[in-house]
Write a protein that binds this ligand. Structure first.
Ligand SMILES: Nc1ncnc2c1ncn2[C@@H]1O[C@H](COP(=O)(O)OP(=O)(O)OP(=O)(O)O)[C@@H](O)[C@H]1O
Ligand SMILES: [Mg+2]
Length: 258
């Protein structure tokens, strides 16, 4: 089928704010686009020949909420797909998922529905999103037990299965110091990227994140410094005002009780 990049994008972005649209894919400024390409290159050099033949399964996490994991995952996936590699971006944040809304995916089903066995991979994976070669698996229906699902054998099997069909499988994860999900999933990855939003996390929190990743025996490939905040940026207001950590704490309680 002929790929009409422009009309596909316009359709996807119909209800998403212009500010958000300009942060995804080829809408970045030259400097930002170059930074993502550098990340792609550094990532390629992080793997040795022993990974050949298997997808590189990479988890993207951070210390706290809102440091830019999902945006980094999406743009990294896009940048890799631009080179002709087949990429699957999996939204593993089944507590407070944002991916489907961010790029206006219409379907509500995703990873959780796959893991509980009510839908197949073909039904939940959204093909060729934004650019050819980029498939996206959104989080899906909100489950009562996200940590259990991520720790299940079915999750391990699913990631392994995906890794046979894609060159890269990127896992967009929740933050390390808030819930255990990222540490659980780190065991299924070839390596983890830690997004660090400058002037947002302090050193001790980042040290705690690293300690927990080390304890989980995760291989940390490197850090992405996300620091685009300016004095007048609406981004700052958004984080401080509307984006508390309570939601995660509550979800964590729900999960452990349920
Ligand atoms: N470098 C940046 N410049 C401007 N805005 C940014 C940048 N990085 C992230 N944002 C914005 O900050 C918000 C949070 O980003 P994002 O959803 O990627 O964070 P997250 O770490 O995935 O959050 P969560 O922990 O809730 O999953 C989004 O509106 C995103 O567009
Ligand atoms: Mg996110």
């Amino acid at each position: 089928m002929f790929w009409n990049k422009k009309s596909q994008k316009d359709k996807l972005f119909a209800d998403v704010s212009i500010e958000q649209q300009n942060m995804i894919g080829d809408k970045w400024s030259f400097a930002a686009a170059e930074a993502y390409k550098m990340l792609r290159t550094n990532l390629a050099f992080s793997f040795t020949e022993e990974n050949e033949g298997h997808a590189k399964v990479i988890g993207i996490t951070s210390s706290l909420k809102g440091e830019g994991k999902s945006l980094t995952s999406l743009n990294l996936a896009y940048t890799i797909a631009e080179t002709g590699k087949k990429v699957l971006l999996v939204e593993c944040d089944m507590r407070l998922p944002t991916m489907a809304k961010r790029i206006n995916l219409t379907s509500q089903i995703g990873l959780s529905d796959l893991l509980v066995g009510v839908h197949s991979g073909d039904e939940v994976i959204q093909k060729e999103i934004l650019i050819p070669k980029l498939d996206i698996l959104p989080a899906g229906s909100l489950p009562p037990n996200p940590a259990e699902l991520l720790e299940s054998k079915r999750m391990a099997y699913t990631v392994d299965y995906f890794s046979q069909y894609y060159d890269y499988v990127l896992l967009d994860l929740p933050p390390v110091t808030v819930v255990s999900d990222a540490l659980i999933v780190s065991k299924l990855t070839s390596g983890m990227i830690v997004v660090v939003r400058q002037d947002y996390v302090d050193k001790s929190l980042l040290a705690e994140t690293m300690r927990q990743l080390k304890h989980a025996q995760a291989k940390v490939l490197g850090f992405v410094m996300n620091s685009a905040q300016t004095a007048h940026s609406p981004y700052k207001k958004y984080y401080k005002k509307d984006y508390g950590y309570e939601a995660y704490a509550n979800h964590g309680k729900d999960a452990s009780n349920g």
